[in-house]
Design a protein around this ligand. Sequence first.
Ligand SMILES: Cc1cc2nc3c(=O)[nH]c(=O)nc-3n(C[C@H](O)[C@H](O)[C@H](O)COP(=O)(O)OP(=O)(O)OC[C@H]3O[C@@H](n4cnc5c(N)ncnc54)[C@H](O)[C@@H]3O)c2cc1C
Length: 329
Amino acid sequence: MQTDILLIAETIENELTPLSNELIAFARKLLPNKSGRLLMVIPGQAVQQVAEQAAEIFGIPVLGLEHDGLRYPNPPLLAAGLQPVMEEVSPSFTCLLHSTRGCQLATSLSVKNRASCITAIESISQEKEQTVFKRSLFNGKFVMTLAPQTAQAILTILPGAFSRIGNEEPPPGSGEAEVRKIDARSAGFSPKGLAEMEESDNALEEADVIVSAGRGIGKQENLDLIKNAVSIFSNAAMAGSRTVIDQGWLPYQRQVGETGKTVSPRLYIACGISGAHQHVVGMKNSQWIVAINTDPQAVIFSISDYGIVEDLKTFLPILVEKKKKMFDA
Ligand SMILES: Cc1cc2nc3c(=O)[nH]c(=O)nc-3n(C[C@H](O)[C@H](O)[C@H](O)COP(=O)(O)OP(=O)(O)OC[C@H]3O[C@@H](n4cnc5c(N)ncnc54)[C@H](O)[C@@H]3O)c2cc1C
């Protein structure tokens, strides 16, 4: 079973995490002519159903790897279980998310397979017929271009850098699911449980629409304007620039930017945000960007698809009212 690209999805309690979709978006960029062979691995304790669903939705072969110890993230155990698969399929690229477990797994697979490891990838390009990968350094001040030096490479991709896939029709009949029990032991650790922290918040990663507040909202009470705007979209969430988070108006989990989250929703509405580099790196890969700002020279307009030069306190209530009328009509 020769495979060009192996995608290692992530699960929690046998559920695929939404960010795993980004692996598919990344693979499509890695194989622009769509002629390569892909295989997605879904690890977990009991993943038959999720593997079948993924094969159908993504239209690619899926291999479920089951072990009682994989109900929760366990990179050393998964690395041991993945090794025979790596040897069997011999992938040119093994792609993981740049998450804590993705990075732990990547280093282990890289050492075991003597493969180059390139982490936190933000973009791909072709240079002299070679695929190269870009990542930022020093808080986004530099961009580094890297090429693997071995026939096999292990890659971790920055969450949000590659948009989640849309509703493209999967290639008919190309997705099949197989599930194997793995017989692996790990000297690593044995996870005993997982408790959600009170402040745990994945709203930004999972939202299709993000309405984001900047210093231009003026005062905390005006967050209600942002909340109302969020309410007119389905699957939408509220975010903020660092200025808003530093004031304590929104929790840190809602900060977008270099020292916050990297997001790539279908629509990002920046309200009263100037467009500082540290903010822009966290949202520039959104599919559509709309900015509302009173200053026509605001830098945010240079990366926006639509720019509205207006006071957000005037514009947002009109937007909400018009949208509601459209639904009521
Ligand atoms: C190491 C480092 C890391 C950083 N990390 C981050 C990060 O992760 N995320 C982040 O966001 N920032 C980050 N920053 C801060 C960043 O440099 C900017 O200071 C910050 O993004 C500015 O926030 P802002 O756009 O909300 O405010 P401002 O830059 O003050 O912009 C406010 C905007 O609102 C407009 N405005 C004012 N009133 C209105 C109104 N009534 N209606 C419409 N528009 C109005 C103004 O014209 C202005 O353009 C970082 C900085 C450093 C040094």
